[in-house]
Ligand binder design. Structure first.
Ligand code: SF4
Length: 78
């Protein structure tokens, strides 16, 4: 038989800490470095940051860390 116990303040605190740690880890791992993504400051044919779905104007990227150029490109283009 399963017994339900109300969570203690300590267990709630631990759960919130664990959730925060997982969130922080996920955020930190969500973006690649420019080197890992083979980012460069020039387009690859018709592909460039400006027409990539991850581009956040004027210089942000959802998957690569740091500022990027609209005329740049990396191997995560999509
Ligand atoms: S091409 Fe690469 S760096 Fe540029 S926006 Fe897309 S994913 Fe980011």
């Amino acid at each position: 038989m399963i017994e339900f116990r109300a969570p203690t303040r300590r267990s709630l605190f631990l759960m919130l800490g664990a959730a925060a740690a997982v969130g922080a880890t996920t955020t930190a791992q969500a973006r690649s470095s420019k080197a890992a993504a083979a980012y460069r400051g020039a387009p690859n044919g018709r592909q460039s940051c400006a027409n990539c779905s991850y581009f956040n104007p004027p210089s942000g990227c959802g998957v690569v860390s740091g500022p990027v150029s609209p005329r740049g490109w990396c191997n995560l283009w999509g």
